[in-house]
Design a protein around this ligand. Structure first.
Ligand code: ADP
Length: 173
């Protein structure tokens, strides 16, 4: 049966009215292209100030900041792996991004959050494989005791949206 706490949607993550959005950041945490750039632009310059104080972030780890001008109260920044062919622990590192982001959300008592498709843009992670990992990690997490009530997977493109829906349906079967 479908978990009603998981929603797959198409849109821009900066508009999400949730407790926290997840940022697919890079190790510097100082902003970049793609979703990271969009989040920094929408949150405003204060975000970069706070990020500067965090001293970067390792691949697979996650760090929390305020959301500033975003509708979301918090941003959880996580650094996805760069795809190098699949033999460099990419799957495990991507799973860690989801796990560590969810652990921060739980520790903060957050109840609603939104994920982008981590690593599948500039970092080149194969989309189908990445969305299976994303959904698996979230489902496992929701199977445990948690304060989290709603998780949105915000797909930017229609192609991503279709892949996520397909993976989700396959996993329910
Ligand atoms: P990475 O470096 O982790 O691959 P990217 O930002 O390049 O991160 O891509 C991650 C995903 O974020 C891609 O699917 C891209 O289409 C998507 N994306 C870009 N802008 C937004 C946005 N405003 N909201 C949600 N997703 C976005």
């Amino acid at each position: 049966m479908n978990d009603p706490r998981i929603t797959i949607m198409q849109g821009g993550i900066t508009k999400m009215e949730v407790d926290a959005i997840i940022n697919a950041a890079n190790q510097t945490l100082l902003g970049g292209g793609g979703v990271d750039g969009a989040i920094h632009r929408a949150a405003g310059p204060e975000l970069k100030e706070e990020c500067r104080s965090l001293g970067g972030c390792k691949t697979g780890e996650a760090k929390l900041t305020r959301g500033y001008q975003l509708p979301a109260r918090y941003i959880i920044h996580t650094v996805g792996p760069i795809w190098k062919g699949g033999q460099r622990n990419e799957d495990q590192l991507l799973a860690q991004c989801y796990r560590n982001s969810l652990a921060i959300a739980l520790a903060k008592g957050i109840s609603t959050l939104a994920f982008p498709s981590i690593s599948t843009g500039a970092y080149g992670f194969p989309l189908k494989q990445a969305c299976r990992i994303a959904l698996q990690e979230v489902k496992t997490f929701l199977g445990q005791d948690t304060t989290i009530k709603q998780i949105y997977f915000v797909c930017f493109s229609e192609q991503d949206f279709k892949q996520y829906q397909e993976a989700f349906q396959t996993m329910q079967a």
